[in-house]
Design a protein around this ligand. Structure first.
Ligand code: GRG
Length: 383
């Protein structure tokens, strides 16, 4: 299973964070296409001032967008270990607690009907990045060490990693139905193989299995933290179905959708393991803020990769957002400026810096440093 990490790691060449696609390269959207799309999306130009205003009012702790222009494309300066302990690759470190992850998820699914079982297990094949479970177990260990120097991950904390991956996968199955997607992770989607109706039911079943596992933990605070994620996912998807006529609100709408669709799951899963490992609300907030900021950066880079990467690399169709008529960061920025891809990457960098600032408040540990390094990998990944 660890091999999937290495595949991802190998894919994550430490490239400059904002890489523009070669003009006319097959399977890639050129910048001219991006600009044309931007023009189509924006009926009138949203003023630079309004963009700054909408961004900073949605996230008051962010600096003015004008500061992105003056940053170098280099990633955050945080790859050195700060804990003083022997440093291991963050994926290896996280994977120690995740051995048997997919086997354990399949046990949670516990379905007797052959077809439904096959559908529900379809994505638990070890081909995903398991980015969420890795962050969750690293955060669990970082919080436990911070609290009482405990070197163990509790069973309930590991269960959160499984539950996060199950909620994520259920949402992917549903998302592919909504988007009528053909491929994901380099293979046909559930909806393409079994049809939309059955795909919706498979997503429901994965979500219900996740809910049963969550209830079994028996901590009402944790139940309420993770059920918030489900509400956010639905609301985020709903936000994506609509758009803002008012251009001032368009960027705030995009960031809110991004938080709800992607960052909420990471933020709240991090918070859940912190609650299970440590009674201090300050630590819960650190865990939440780290997850939120990394999650936002992750999705912004996902939106960039939708423009700059090719389908083979991503294992799913690229330029998909554009084809669905969705204005993501690269298009919204391109309405204003010459390089939407680069500006979106700069914004992701700012979120990662914030994530690093938050997690650095915890006591030094290899796991804390791995979380710092993961925030860099979010920026430099190319799949
Ligand atoms: C709660 C079942 C349920 C549905 C809620 C459809 C929906 C409503 C929400 C969709 C949310 C969604 C699919 C967001 C996309 C987030 C995203 C960036 C996914 C890609 O994540 P990766 O790159 O994928 O980690 P892998 O394949 O590596 O797991």
């Amino acid at each position: 299973m660890a091999s999937c990490w290495w595949r991802w790691r190998r894919g994550c060449s430490w490239r400059p964070a904002a890489r523009s696609p070669g003009p006319g390269s097959p399977g890639r959207a050129g910048l001219s296409g991006l600009r044309a799309a931007a023009a189509a999306v924006a009926r009138a130009q949203m003023s630079y001032f309004n963009l700054v205003k909408s961004l900073t009012s949605a996230f008051p702790n962010m600096y003015s967008i004008s500061r992105f222009h003056h940053m170098t494309p280099a990633v955050c300066c945080c790859s050195k270990t700060q804990s003083g302990e022997k440093y291991t690759d963050p994926f290896n470190l996280g994977w120690r607690d995740l051995k048997g992850l997919y086997e354990d998820i399949r046990k949670e699914l516990f379905i007797s009907t052959t077809e439904l079982k096959e559908m529900c297990e379809y994505y638990f094949d070890g081909k995903g990045k398991a980015f969420r479970p890795i962050i969750v177990v690293l955060m669990a260990r970082a919080c436990n060490i911070h609290h009482n120097n405990s070197r163990n991950v509790q069973a309930s904390q590991r269960a959160i990693a499984l539950i996060a991956e199950m909620i994520h996968t259920a949402s992917l199955v549903h998302d592919d139905v909504i988007d009528d997607a053909n491929s994901r992770r380099g293979k046909h989607t559930v909806n393409k193989i079994w049809g939309e109706k059955k795909a919706v039911l498979a997503g429901d079943l994965i979500l219900s299995a996740a809910s049963i596992a969550l209830a079994r933990i028996g901590n009402t605070a944790v139940v309420s933290i993770l059920t918030q994620v489900i509400e956010d996912l639905v609301r985020g998807e709903f936000l994506q179905l609509g758009s803002k006529e008012n251009e001032n609100e368009r960027f705030a709408h995009y960031l809110e959708k991004t938080f709800k669709k992607t960052a909420s799951l990471i933020a709240n899963s991090c918070k859940a393991v912190s609650v299970l490992g440590c009674p201090d609300p300050v630590v819960h907030e650190i865990a939440y803020q780290y997850g939120k900021n990394v999650g936002l950066a992750f999705q912004l880079i996902d939106d960039v990769l939708d423009f700059t990467s090719c389908s083979d690399q991503m294992g799913k169709p690229t330029s998909a957002d554009l084809k669905l008529g969705l204005a993501t960061g690269p298009v919204l920025f391109a309405c204003q400026q010459s390089d939407g891809v680069q500006q979106t990457t700069y914004l992701a960098q700012r979120y990662c810096r914030e994530a690093v600032r938050e997690i650095s408040k915890l006591r030094p540990s290899p796991e804390r440093d791995a979380l710092i390094q993961l925030s860099e990998i979010v920026l430099t990944r190319d799949k």
